[in-house]
Design a protein around this ligand. Structure first.
Ligand SMILES: [Zn+2]
Length: 479
């Protein structure tokens, strides 16, 4: 008994004398940082342990003493948010820029993208490169080509309309071509504007059978409610939304169906733009607020996500790409792409189109109503269309969603948690929780105070790999 007591005494002494500090093997630690989780919001003074490619543990910085042996980064006065998604990009739009896009995305804190249209072998090349190098490349989810109708818009006949789409004359045609895409492991499908209702239905059925999300533009032959009910899971650019909420929406649809017979034998691009110019502005000047509310209710009920690309519309309307300050960002591009873009811009006149401005303002104006009713948003840009800088433009889109009525936290959520949820990946990506993949951004300023602080990136963590400011600048070809 005496012996046992002395053992206990000895044991107690040895524990109390022992160093209480904790050591995390094969890990690094960010200490004293403010966390901004898209769902749980702001939390001060947290310590985050990153082990291999995951968030291993999160605790109050006062709670544990860390051993000096740990690799520790100070997070003092800094803010940790999930890495951003750009939910609407096109690697294939400018093939000579495509090879630089992954670097640009990462340098601007975009750790995942959704490629919403491009030739499948071309976009898959970048997707596979990123899968092989997840520590240094953004994650890429691909739709493959736009799935369009007989008069397909992106037919490759002009540089403005590179061959991003596949033409489908019949449903059988569509069934065959889409199944080939599915064999090439597309992550979702994209419906385009010239599909017939029957083709759209066939496409929605294939998407459902294969458990794939179907995104797209509402086909001109349809209205928003039927497209959403048939299985359109997300809408890009609010495209053709206005045509369904106008007081004369029924007559407009009838007229469109006549025009879509294409008796004048226009190209797909010309046929589409002629219909837009005939109907878009007259619809916007004639909105039926009851219909608007009804359509939004359907979008909420069906959980039809919206990717409004507000910054694209504003850029298109105001031609801000003509500013010297804008073109300075082209210095991060390969020099041939830079001169090509500057040359293309120099050929665009300075005239401001009032209709485009009105449309841009209208799109911005309905965000608040939709958000209040419960429509779910994703931030997406359409880069590099209209000279949008890959990565950088995402920050402007987030800021515009906030301008449109989302809170700063909701705007951040639209570019982090929401796209992860859209792909059913929210348990592994898009939040700041133990077990999540460590795709994170360390910011120097608080984006909840000012949304433009999302641009104040101190470091990007991709798949657990910490890329400091110096490395990010090297991706932008800065010294
Ligand atoms: Zn697009």
């Amino acid at each position: 008994m005496k012996k046992l007591l002395s053992v206990i005494v000895l044991l107690t002494v040895s524990i109390s004398c022992h160093d209480n500090s904790v050591y995390y093997e094969d890990a690094y630690i960010i200490e004293n940082i403010s966390i901004i989780d898209p769902n749980d919001g702001f939390k001060k003074n947290k310590t985050v342990v990153i082990k291999s490619n995951k968030i291993h543990e999160i605790f109050d910085s006062t709670k544990k003493e860390l051993s000096k042996k740990n690799i520790i980064y100070s997070g003092k006065d800094k803010f940790l948010i999930p890495g951003f998604w750009d939910a609407h990009v096109h690697f294939a739009f400018d093939e000579s820029l495509a090879g630089s896009m992954s670097d640009l995305f990462l340098a601007y804190g975009v750790t995942s993208v959704r490629d919403t249209g491009g030739e499948i072998n071309f976009v898959n090349k970048f997707k596979h490169e990123s899968e092989d190098n997840p520590d240094t490349h953004p994650r890429i989810m691909v739709a493959g080509p736009l799935i369009d109708g007989e008069y397909n818009v992106y037919d490759g006949h002009s540089h403005q309309f590179p061959p991003l789409s596949i033409q489908n004359v019949t449903e059988k045609d569509l069934y065959k071509k889409v199944n080939i895409l599915i064999d090439q492991n597309v992550n979702f499908l994209k419906a385009y504007e010239m599909l017939t209702p029957n083709q759209f239905q066939a496409l929605a059925n294939i998407a459902k059978e294969n458990n794939l999300k179907l995104t797209g533009h509402v086909p001109l032959s349809m209205d928003v409610i039927s497209a959403s009910n048939m299985g359109l899971n997300s809408m890009e650019h609010f495209r053709n939304f206005e045509l369904s909420v106008s007081k004369d929406s029924k007559e407009l649809l009838k007229k469109r169906k006549r025009l879509l017979k294409n008796l004048q034998n226009f190209s797909g691009a010309k046929l589409r733009s002629s219909i837009h110019s005939l109907q878009r502005m007259s619809a916007i000047n004639n909105i039926d607020s009851l219909k608007l509310n009804q359509v939004i209710d359907v979008l909420v009920k069906n959980q039809t996500w919206q990717i409004p690309t507000l910054f694209l519309y504003r850029t298109f309307a105001n031609k801000t790409f003509k500013l010297d300050s804008w073109m300075e960002y082209f210095n991060s591009f390969p020099s041939d792409v830079r001169s090509d873009w500057i040359n293309k811009i120099s050929k665009i006149d300075d005239k401001i189109n009032k209709d485009r401005q009105a449309y841009s303002n209208w799109a911005l104006g309905i965000v608040n109503l939709m958000n209040n009713k419960g429509v779910q948003f994703m931030a997406g840009t359409d880069a590099p269309i209209f000279f949008l800088i890959p990565g950088l433009s995402l920050h402007d889109e987030i800021a515009m969603l906030s301008e449109g009525g989302l809170s700063n936290l909701e705007a951040i959520k639209s570019a982090t948690y929401n796209p992860s949820k859209y792909f059913g990946m929210e348990k592994e990506l898009g939040s700041i929780k133990p077990g999540q993949i460590a795709d994170l951004l360390i910011l120097k300023k608080n984006p909840l105070e000012n949304i433009s602080n999302t641009k104040e990136i101190d470091a990007v963590i991709k798949n657990g790999n910490l890329l400091n400011r110096k490395y990010l600048d090297s991706l932008l070809r800065k010294n």
